[in-house]
Unconditional design. Structure first.
Length: 237
């Protein structure tokens, strides 16, 4: 399976709705993202049931693990059984945690005879600004801290980071062409920005150096999600 460019964020705790959306969207995007809200409600079994509706669709399991290395490794081993293309951790968990997570995924992939899930890290959440960062003792320069954590991610052998649209260019510049930059906050021209503040169109984000895009509500909130997806796919030059 080739790795798709677009992962549609299906953010709902409703299993039937998630299954319906997956069946509509999966064949068009080739990629689906499920996150904490869904996973905490339905667990790995629910993930399998959704992905059964969208065969040949890649899964990004966005659970952002952050704990001691042994616990994160064990959690990643467990979720590897759902055969995600991507999973993620918080870079702030440190190099040892990231390396332990990566090794656990590699081991489990051999044991299950599957392609190893690619491991991404979250650097600084986009809900953080300078005062929020300062309050948790990480200085007050968000951009510098994003670069620092993304560099640590790469040095720890991970495949890439989740980053906001305005971080694409500096990270691509710093981390080279092969590093995965998975970018949410994407809004096709003419759609509502919702609560996303720093948005880009799919074309702009790809031109800036994004490797993958996460798009949620512009697709899932459309009257016809499959048609909305198709329009986005066709808009990519
Ligand atoms: O609906 P929308 O396109 O805004 O969905 C974006 C998805 O990406 C959501 O699942 C959201 O949790 C996730 N995300 C984000 N910003 C980040 C990291 C993840 O919007 N910095």
């Amino acid at each position: 399976m080739t790795t798709p460019t677009i992962f549609c964020a299906i953010d709902t705790p409703d299993l039937d709705r998630a299954k319906t959306l997956a069946a509509q969207i999966g064949p068009v995007t080739g990629g689906i993202k499920l996150g904490l809200e869904f996973f905490c409600t339905h667990g790995p079994d629910g993930v399998r049931r959704v992905m059964d509706e969208a065969p040949d669709t890649a899964l990004f399991l966005d659970l952002k693990f952050h704990d001691i290395p042994n616990t994160v490794a064990a959690a990643l081993r467990t979720v590897a059984k759902t055969r995600p293309a991507f999973v993620n951790v918080h870079a702030a968990g440190g190099a040892e945690m990231m390396r332990a997570g990566r090794e656990a995924l590699m081991d489990e992939a051999v044991r299950l005879n599957i392609t190893p899930p690619r491991l991404l890290a979250v650097t600084i959440l986009t809900s953080f600004d300078a005062p929020t960062l300062s309050a948790v003792g990480q200085g007050d320069d968000v951009a510098a801290q994003v670069i620092r954590l993304a560099t640590l991610t790469q040095e720890s052998g991970l495949d890439g980071v989740v980053c906001s649209a305005h971080e694409i260019a500096p990270l691509r510049n710093r981390l080279g062409p092969a590093f995965t930059l998975m970018v949410p906050g994407i809004r096709p021209a003419g759609t509502e920005s919702g609560d996303q503040k720093r948005i880009m169109t799919p074309d702009e984000a790809l031109a800036a150096g994004a490797s993958h895009l996460v798009i949620g509500r512009p697709i899932t909130g459309a009257a016809d999600p499959a048609a909305a997806t198709q329009m986005i796919v066709e808009s990519l030059s």
